[in-house]
Each structure stands twice: as structure tokens, then as C-alpha cells.
Design a binder for this molecule. Sequence first.
Ligand SMILES: Cc1ncc(COP(=O)(O)O)c(C=O)c1O
Length: 388
Amino acid sequence: MHLLASPRMTTAALKPVRFHSPWYDERELAAVRAALETHTAGDGPIGRKVERRLGEMLGAHRVLLTTSCTHALELALLALGIGPGQEVICPSFTFVSSANAALRVGARPVFADIEERTLGLDPEDVERRLSPRTAALVPVHYAGVAPDMEALLEIARRRGLRVVEDAAQGLSASYRGRPLGMLGDAGCFSFHETKNVSCGEGGALAITDPELALRAEVAREKGTNRAAFFRGEVDKYTWVAEGSSYVLSDVLAAILDAQLDKLAQIQARRAAIVASYRAGLTEWAHQHGVRLPAELPEREPNHHIFYLIYPDGAARDRAMATLRAQGVMATFHYVPLHSAPHGQSLGAQPQLPVTDRVAHSLLRLPLHPRLAEDDVLRVVDAVRQAGA
Ligand SMILES: Cc1ncc(COP(=O)(O)O)c(C=O)c1O
């Protein structure tokens, strides 16, 4: 591969390399048309088909499609009965939804630091954040890579805590042969436009315990037993518990169905791009003190994010500005939640040194199935030329 041989290009001559782009084509269009002609509301035949497909992929007793991963997280905590007076430990290096879910059910999010290796919850720091009020852990599978789930599940078992996996980025990845989202009490997935499989906005909740699945089913349908009514288990449906409107329309489920048909192709393309990034950047990174995502034998990746961790924030910012000037839309990631205005308004300010350092020095490279090999080589070339 002649990575350095590609000429230095000018932005005038080239289209920007987009950071992400969902891959929709005639198949999604045909699926949407079919849904519009048959069924559009939620929990219909298309949604149930997609739930069965996901259930088989994951080995879940029940999958419930939701309007987003944000809502799947909220629904999981609601169905588990987490509420006021309780605390939920999650990372600060995550999307706001991991913490908002706790607030939405009246509980308090408590932030713990992340491990260097996986950028997920650090079990040792979780131990330090435990209190008599801790009720649940929300580990995040950042970039589709699980944190040390064995240690986290052991803490949960010892302390009688619930575990809700934020697997927003985790579809198709596994930990010791087990799909992400199937390691704790509930797994929450995102089908937002930026995810490997998408329908614009959407999510899913995967559950193994049949009783929990029934509680979640009711909460998803505004607190009614509508699903049981449609199964013929009750003669009318009514208000039986607290709930909200979390169910995904069959129109969006139809897009998901078409995306799942393409899953193998999507994953193969993403894997090839990551392999090119590694081939072009591993040695350079080593020479410049830049870290690439670790390849961890017990974790089957899904190639959701490819990131570089620069020696410090200034080096990251310089590289990002240079790449963008060349039309390569590389980007940073989370503003740590504990340092965000709403995080600060929640009270105690934890010391989370790994979170702070990673958030300042991490840069994500473009990664999506529509990225051509020439684009990938252009990104590699631009990263090397931008320096560290
Ligand atoms: C870790 C994490 N959790 C939750 C979410 C929320 O997902 P959604 O946009 O489907 O609500 C995201 C979205 O990017 C995420 O990255």
C-alpha cells in the first residue's frame, strides 16, 4: 500500500471526507413504501419482525423497539423500579442520555472514571463511588468495546445492584463471546443516524428476564396492557402502571429491517476501513506518542469508532484544525458530563483524571460504509502530515 505516495491535495479540488454517512438505498425506500401501504403505527407486524430478528441475533428473551436509545435507557430504569433516593453509577465520558435516564426516573447519576484500555467504566473507581443508595450501574460500551464487565458484574452481584448496559454503540460486538447488551439486566441500543445500523432515530431494549420484559412492555405503551390485549390475553386494554410513549413506528422499523439485511456488508466495509487505518497509522502513531484503540482478544469489535489519542489536548486541537482545513472531517467526542453546566449543577465535583485527559486528547476519524478507499488513504495521509 502506497500511503505516503498519495499527493498532498488541495481543498479546492476535493470534496470533504464526511465524518459519517448512513448507507440508505433502494432497499430502504422499498421497505418504507411497503410500510406506508400496510402498517405505520408502533408494535405492528414490521416492528415485531425486527424485534424477533434482533432477539435471535442477541439471544434475548425479548427485544422492544423504542424511539431512541435515550428512551430505552429510561424505560429500562423505570421497569427495574429505580427511583427517588437512589443512585446510578455511570461514566462521565459518555453521551448525556446515560445520565439523563437516572434523572428522568428521579434517581441521581454518580460519575465514575474510565479505564485507559477500553475507555469504559473503571471497576476500581466504581468501588470508590458506591454508597448505601447505589441501585444500579450503567456501563457504556464506548466504540463498541466492553469495559471490564467481569469485574463490574461481580461488584453488582456482591452489592445487589442492577446493571443496565448502554450499548448504544454496541450492536454486533461481543465480550467473551457474549453479545454486548446481553451481559446485565437490560441492554439499550441506538439506531440513530450515526450508528452502524440506523433508521434516523430509533433504539431497542433487550431483556432476558420474562417478568422484566412484561413490565417494560407495559411502560413502553403508556402504562397500558395493550400488547397483552393484542395477544388475546385480556379482553380490553387499560391503564395498569406508570409509563410513557416509547414505541417505534413501523415505518422506521421497516428501515431497520432493510438495514439488518445489509448488516454483513456494512460490517465488512467498516472492518476494511479500520484495517486500512491500522495499516497506515500504527507505526506512525508509535513514533509520535499517539495511541490507537487497543485490540483486545476477549472483545469482538464492531468497528463503530476509530479514534486517535494524542499526547495532549493542544496536539489534538492542532491536528483536528489541520485535518479540517484539508476537508477531512475528523472530530472530538464527549464534553465530560461532570464538567458540563448541568453536570456541575448536580453538586459534588468528582476527580476523574482519565476522563478529563481522554476527552481533551481524543480525535475520531471518518468511518462509514460509503467511505471509498481513496478517501481512507487521503485521511491517513492527512493525519500523518498533520503530525502530533
Ligand atoms: C453512549 C451513548 N448512549 C446513548 C446514546 C443516545 O442514543 P439515541 O440518540 O438513540 O437516543 C448515544 C448516542 O449517540 C450514545 O453514544
